[in-house]
Design a protein around this ligand. Structure first.
Ligand code: 13P
Length: 246
């Protein structure tokens, strides 16, 4: 399994930010892990061009479940592929919250991504109230069951565990809590897709930064990270890449 350091730029960055891509590629020409940035849609084609021939993959942050049609403002998975993307994030908690996305919609998006030849990064995670109520595993288990696309394999699916309360807050679960969830996800995935589950990358996301990356990556069944704020600067994201590759 090739571990994955993925950056989610969310709604940040313009053309000037392409300097960060050049700096990242120069500092990490051949990392011992996969390196991915998911910029806003406006930058995908340019970033893919900047990353050509480099050890950096580009991804989208969302896609529509349909291939094309009358869906103003939306972007389809084949369009992302055409723009140079290799991955797409689906079901991020900000999409689930801001746009009311359900597990069924996330599942349809993931299926569309895979059909278009993209790798789908399916995001799941509990809210703070759900964790306080002791419902974490029940919530993420249900999200996994509802969001998992048909026929997913280790080559087409990445799963990202992002506790909602840890996103952009500087707070993270304990190492034991991350280990519990990732172990649970591996087992649940094995029930669903059998032996393929062993090769599916399970990412942790939520306030990953250079100072905590190494201890998070030491947790079993953590196969990489989905990084928000700390992926915007090449020096920070590069340090996280280095921690994963170590
Ligand atoms: P932060 O790393 O900024 O907490 O964001 C995590 C995230 O949502 C990545 O998708």
């Amino acid at each position: 399994m090739r571990k994955l350091a993925a950056g989610n730029w969310k709604m940040n960055g313009g053309r000037a930010a392409l300097d960060e891509v050049a700096a990242l590629c120069a500092a990490h020409p051949a990392p011992e892990c996969e390196m991915l940035l998911c910029p806003p849609a406006t930058l995908i084609a340019q970033m893919a061009w900047a990353a050509r021939g480099k050890a950096l993959k580009i991804g989208g942050q969302d896609c529509h479940p349909a291939v094309s049609g009358a869906h103003t403002g939306d972007i389809s998975a084949p369009m992302l592929k055409d723009a140079g993307a290799a991955y797409v994030i689906v079901g991020h908690s900000e999409r689930r919250t801001d746009h009311g996305e359900t597990d069924a919609l996330v599942r349809a998006k993931a299926g569309a991504a895979i059909a278009a030849g993209l790798i789908a990064i399916v995001c799941i995670g509990e809210t703070e109230a759900e964790r306080d109520a002791g419902a974490t595993l029940a919530v993420i288990g249900a999200q996994l069951d509802g969001s998992l696309p048909e026929g997913a394999t280790a080559a087409t699916l990445v799963l990202a565990y992002e506790p909602v309360w840890a996103i952009g807050t500087g707070r993270t679960p304990t190492i034991a809590e991350i280990a519990e969830v990732h172990g649970f996800l591996r087992a649940r995935l094995t029930e669903r897709i059998g032996a393929e589950a062993a090769g599916v990358r399970l990412l942790y996301g939520g306030s990953v930064k250079p100072s905590n990356a190494a201890e998070i990556f030491a947790v079993s069944d953590v196969d990489g990270a989905l990084v928000g704020g700390a992926s915007l600067k090449a020096v920070d994201f590069g340090a996280i890449v280095a921690a994963l590759a170590a």
